[in-house]
Unconditional design. Structure first.
Length: 425
């Protein structure tokens, strides 16, 4: 009886021990994930998000001469909804006329003042020259009288004759001086008239220009197309209530949808990898099943600080190869710029690579033994890295860190230790 009881107890203990062993072993196996290196084409990309725009488009602008007239900002009072299809001559937008109308009123008041000045200058000139002409006539009569007296005095005493000559010469001098003064007064009057008339003409030209600009406050479509709102210098989309400036009077555009571009921005870390002519794989957020291809058309030489961004970015324009009627400006795109490609590479996930003392290594299973295997890294993308030395496609490596990693032996690449020793010497 005792033997039976002891056997039963021993069997139960053995059963639980086996269960505990396999349970612990299963958890350990689940914790240690091993994979083999992959082989095949390896692609390095720079991934960015962008926005579609038409490569070619017709600008719909406000008055381009507004800046020359001192009009720096014009508010958009109303505008057709974005995406509206219009024909040439159709209404697009209306600009606020309040400030310009007030300026026109001020100019009209100034014009009246200048016209009065011109009229007054004409009257003053007429009166001044008329008096000067009367004075000349009187002086000429006086000169003629003195000439007669001088001629009649030739029968008089010499002193009387001399006095008559002096009086005549004085009258001639007075007449000549008055003639010169008249010419000077006439020139002054003419210059004064030119001055006030030039000021009047300038104000009248400004008035005509303001009226011509005011006629352009109602903006119409120059061609057939779809209205896409323009953007200000900060990249903000214009619309009702926003303003256009004298330097950037674009209210909207009429894009040519047959050739599209993706405008994107690459951070300063990755921009050195991007070159003109690189291939691009493009996706659309609006249609995840659609796949497009493109090519880097231009890369900005100077970085900029975009809104809500701490780092400097560089503008990159990608031309889309396909012509698709479903593409619309302002659609969000995902751009995978192919910066490098290897036709046949050995690569592993990035999480399998570890670093210690500037040495890259992986945890490799060799039979029942695990070692830290030094590897030499090659090209790297967002998820994987190529291995140029240290692994084969038949090796098994850990994605996770095994237990007690510091106790595992280190397997160096061939010649590494000798090279290190040489560098120390």
């Amino acid at each position: 009886m005792k033997k039976s009881t002891i056997g039963t107890i021993a069997g139960i203990i053995l059963f639980f021990a086996v269960v505990l062993y396999f349970t612990t072993g299963t958890d350990s196996a689940q914790a240690d994930i091993l994979v083999r290196p992959s082989t095949g084409p390896f692609v390095v990309t720079v991934n960015t998000s962008g926005e579609l725009r038409a490569k070619n488009s017709i600008e719909i602008t406000g008055p381009r001469q507004a800046r020359n007239l001192g009009i720096w900002q014009l508010a958009i009072e109303r505008i057709v909804p974005e995406g509206t299809v219009v024909k040439a001559g159709d209404f697009v937008a209306e600009l606020d006329r309040t400030e310009t109308a007030s300026r026109i009123q001020d100019v009209e008041i100034n014009l009246e003042r200048l016209r009065s000045q011109v009229e007054q200058a004409m009257l003053d000139t007429t009166l001044t020259l008329s008096g000067a002409r009367d004075e000349l006539i009187n002086l000429r009569y006086a000169m003629e009288e003195r000439q007669l007296v001088m001629e009649q005095s030739k029968f008089e005493a010499p002193s009387v004759q001399r006095q008559a000559e002096i009086d005549y010469e004085r009258s001639v001098r007075n007449y000549n001086q008055a003639t010169n003064n008249y010419a000077t007064r006439a020139q002054q009057a003419e210059a004064r008239m030119r001055e006030v008339e030039a000021e009047l003409n300038k104000e009248e030209n400004g008035y005509r220009s303001l009226m011509a600009v005011l006629d352009q406050f109602t903006i119409k479509a120059p061609e057939n197309g779809m209205v896409i709102y323009g953007r200000d210098n900060q990249g903000r989309r214009r619309g009702p209530g926003s303003s256009i400036s004298g330097w950037n009077p674009v209210v909207a555009t009429l894009p040519d949808l047959t050739v599209m571009e993706s405008l994107t921005y690459v951070n300063e870390i990755d921009i050195q990898k991007v070159r003109r002519g690189m291939k691009v794989h493009i996706g659309l957020d609006a249609d995840t099943d659609k796949r497009l291809t493109g090519e880097v058309l231009s890369v900005a030489n100077i970085g900029e600080q975009r809104p809500n961004s701490d780092a400097k970015v560089f503008e990159v324009v990608v031309q889309i190869n396909e012509s698709d009627t479903t593409l619309r400006p302002a659609m969000t795109t995902s751009n995978n710029i192919v910066v490098n490609t290897l036709e046949n590479a050995l690569y592993i996930p990035l999480e399998a690579v570890h670093t210690a003392d500037d040495i890259s290594f992986v945890f490799k299973r060799t039979g029942t033994r695990t070692v830290r295997q030094q590897v030499k890294l090659g090209l790297m993308n967002e998820n994987e890295v190529t291995i140029t030395e240290g692994l084969t496609e038949d090796d098994m490596i850990y994605l996770s860190t095994p237990a007690n990693p510091g106790d595992l032996s280190f397997v160096y690449l061939e010649g590494y230790l000798a090279e290190e020793q040489q560098n120390r010497d």
